[in-house]
Design a protein around this ligand. Structure first.
Ligand SMILES: C[S@@+](CC[C@H](N)C(=O)[O-])C[C@H]1O[C@@H](n2cnc3c(N)ncnc32)[C@H](O)[C@@H]1O
Length: 206
């Protein structure tokens, strides 16, 4: 997806006010990236495709009111902060362990008055469980570890949205039959070589 296609993909899904929030966020990200290493310079040059549209596409896979949304290992903001910018009325919880990234996420939430978006600056393993409507994570951990760490936040109705790059099908194939039955793989809208692992429910204990 080209940068122009990415902007139009976002414009098809968001109003003009949201698009201008994204544009300001991309500018803020570029300045902050000079102070701390948030994203690679290659991905920053293509931020609308690699970060904004890539995160926003997850909304196509979940019903509109589903919340709270738990995003694990949010880093510079992907995908969870983009979801909060697109849908400020949703309760979104961003979990990130690195202090400077946490400060950055808090700064963006304050700038855009994202009062329903909570930044938790801790390791996921240490936070109290709550029932999540959506669990998302991009580039956080291999699938088996990710499920082990986060199953306790899921319920029978939780939607899982896990952008996984090229490894999606292979990672899913390596799981038990029960996990394979719970999830499926869909191609990413932003990158023909990448995919998203999508599922519903609570993974069985392994
Ligand atoms: C590779 S980065 C990906 C960031 C973002 N999700 C993205 O796709 O751009 C992984 C992030 O997860 C955070 N992280 C790793 N292990 C974590 C844990 N156990 N709890 C919370 N955050 C964690 C790291 O600090 C890092 O910011």
């Amino acid at each position: 997806m080209s940068p122009e296609q990415a902007r139009s993909f976002c414009a098809d899904r968001c109003d003009a006010e949201t698009i201008s929030r994204f544009a300001e966020f991309v500018d803020m990200l570029a300045s902050e990236n000079e102070r701390q290493n948030l994203v690679s310079s290659a991905s920053l040059a293509d931020a609308w495709t690699r970060h904004i549209a890539d995160s926003l596409q997850l909304l196509d896979h979940v019903s509109r009111e589903t919340s709270p949304w738990l995003d694990m290992g949010t880093g510079a903001g992907f995908p969870g902060l983009v979801i909060a910018l697109a849908r400020p009325e949703l309760e979104v919880v961003l979990v990130e362990s690195r202090k400077r990234r946490v400060e950055w996420l808090e700064e963006v939430c304050a700038r855009f008055s994202l009062s329903k978006c909570r930044v938790v600056g801790s390791r996921l393993e240490t936070i109290e469980s709550f029932p999540a409507g959506v669990i998302s994570a991009r580039a956080f951990a291999p699938l088996a570890k990710l499920l082990r760490l986060s199953a306790r936040f899921s319920t029978p109705t939780t939607t899982w949205l896990l952008p996984k790059g090229r490894s999606a099908a292979q990672e899913l194939q390596e799981q038990s039959q029960a996990i394979q039955a719970m999830f499926h793989v869909e191609q990413s809208a932003t990158d023909p070589e990448a995919a998203i692992i999508i599922g519903h429910g609570r993974p069985p204990e392994s």
